[in-house]
Write a protein that binds this ligand. Structure first.
Ligand SMILES: [Mg+2]
Length: 71
């Protein structure tokens, strides 16, 4: 699955601390910034494929997480 592959790529660039330097003339390729985008892209694609409202999921899960941290 592409998402798992992209998470692996993200782990690799995090391990190497490969950052985008903010220069628009320099490639984003092979950076943490690129791989975070790739992971987000496939998360959103999966949400669309399963007709999931990610915004609603965030709200519901934040409530659960808040209850957990309140105890
Ligand atoms: Mg990638």
């Amino acid at each position: 699955m592409k998402l798992v592959e992209e998470v692996g790529e993200l782990a690799e660039v995090i391990r190497k601390n490969q950052r985008y330097q903010g220069d628009p003339n320099k490639a984003i390729k092979g950076t943490i910034e690129e791989e975070l985008y790739d992971v987000l892209y496939y998360v959103i694609a999966l949400a669309n494929a399963f007709d999931v409202d990610l915004e609603e999921c965030c709200r519901l899960k934040e409530e659960i997480n808040k209850e957990r941290t309140d105890h």
